[in-house]
Design a protein around this ligand. Structure first.
Ligand SMILES: Nc1ncnc2c1ncn2[C@@H]1O[C@H](COP(=O)(O)OP(=O)(O)OP(=O)(O)O)[C@@H](O)[C@H]1O
Ligand SMILES: [Mg+2]
Length: 383
């Protein structure tokens, strides 16, 4: 195929550059487009690492074997450095004759004529294009038996470099955006696993312990508890699936908040020495996201009480409050210093409760002191 020239060539290069979204792919397209456009034997693109080296150095026109033989990435010195600092293009008939030339590694191909063009976004130099050894198209004048880069070549590569700066900036933004999305998703999953799955496993463990204690004394009740263990294991698996695919908890979907809280309080009351009660005098429908948040916060508050406080009673209440609702989880256990825990900042439970409350336009308060028991309250605005 005839190499494309002029407008067709630059248009093909720009299209290719914008079709790729990964930074690495964009860099590769830029360097091979520049080599094609300028008719160069060799092309390279260096991205500075901010410490006098190259974060990336991508070559075109050199075989993998040759590239490996050349050795480690070049440091920024001589003419490569000038391109990154001066931010102006350089065209040389023979790079080896330039006073800044410092030689190259043994396996480096011999290069003579050279064109360097920085890729800049405003004042920031994102990288530089290096082209060497102009291929002689038929009928071109030769200087000393060789061809050299022309004004047209330089214009084309400069034009390409301007667009390359945009494509590179976009690709970086895209990659950063994707990293953020992944980080956010990881945090969501961590909270979900902590709040839903860990809680179910906790209930399961308590119930299994209760069953073990009952086996010889009251086999019939032990049997009932073991059936409960089976059910809780199935629910834990279901919660896990829901957390991964971002579904509402199945129990909420089917039974609503009040019935779900009542059932969970009953399970914990049976399995744990503490008395766990749930009271809701005037149930009211709430937006789904507020019900989700209330359930998660109630679960975490109750489990914190049972795990950390050795309480005799844990009382859960859900009351109307204006258009919304107020959830209250009170225990008469050991209590703690919420401020000190917050400063230590290692635990997920209290942080996650607060985030869930804020996330649905609500608020959370934790009142506790050593020896005084704990009250967790969460208010939601309703819909
Ligand atoms: N109701 C409570 N009674 C006594 N101490 C509590 C109570 N709730 C929380 N705490 C204390 O606050 C600490 C932090 O609770 P948080 O729920 O944030 O983390 P955690 O329960 O230790 O771990 P996880 O991340 O699994 O929830 C607990 O380790 C405990 O010392
Ligand atoms: Mg906790």
């Amino acid at each position: 195929m005839e190499p494309r020239t002029g407008l067709a060539a630059i248009s093909a290069a720009l299209l290719a550059m914008n079709r790729t979204r990964e930074v690495r792919g964009v860099l590769q397209t830029i360097v091979s487009s520049a080599r094609d456009l300028a008719g160069a034997r060799y092309a390279a693109l260096g991205v500075p690492d901010g410490n006098g080296g190259f974060a990336q150095f991508i070559v075109d026109g050199i075989s993998d074997r040759q590239w490996q033989a050349i050795g480690p990435l070049p440091r920024q010195h001589g003419i490569l450095a000038a391109m990154l600092q001066g931010a102006t293009p350089e065209r040389l008939d023979d790079v080896r004759a330039d006073p800044r030339f410092e030689g190259w590694p043994a396996a480096h191909p011999e290069m003579s004529d050279f064109l360097g063009v920085p890729i800049a976004d405003g004042d920031e130099v994102l990288g530089a294009l290096f082209l060497a050894n102009k291929k002689c198209p038929p009928g071109t004048p030769r200087t000393g038996g060789r061809c050299t880069f022309t004004d047209d070549d330089e214009d084309l590569v400069r034009l390409l470099a301007e667009h390359a700066a945009i494509a590179l900036t976009n690709a970086r933004l895209y990659e950063r955006g994707r990293e953020l999305t992944i980080a956010r998703e990881r945090a969501r999953l961590a909270h979900e696993l902590h709040d839903a799955v860990a809680q179910k496993l906790f209930s399961l463990r308590l119930t299994a312990q209760a069953a073990t204690a009952l086996i010889s004394r009251d086999p019939e009740r032990a049997r009932t508890e073991l059936l409960q263990v089976t059910r809780l294991a199935a629910e834990a698996a279901e919660e896990l699936r829901a957390a991964v695919v971002e579904l509402r908890p199945a129990a909420l979907e089917e039974d609503g908040l009040v019935a779900t809280l009542r059932a969970q309080a009953r399970v914990l009351d049976r399995a744990h020495p503490a008395t766990v009660t749930f009271v809701c005098d005037e149930p009211r429908a709430l937006p789904a996201d507020q019900e989700d948040a209330l359930l998660r916060v109630a679960q975490e508050a109750v489990h914190n009480a049972l795990r950390h406080a050795r309480p005799a009673r844990v009382a859960i209440t859900l009351d109307r409050r204006g258009m919304g609702a107020l959830l209250r989880v009170a225990d008469d256990g050991s209590g703690f210093d919420p401020e000190a825990v917050r400063r230590a900042g290692r635990h997920l439970g209290l942080v996650s409760m607060r985030e869930r409350a804020i996330g649905v336009g609500g608020a959370l308060t934790v009142e506790s002191a050593p020896g005084k028991g704990t009250v967790v309250e969460m208010e939601v605005p309703g819909g």
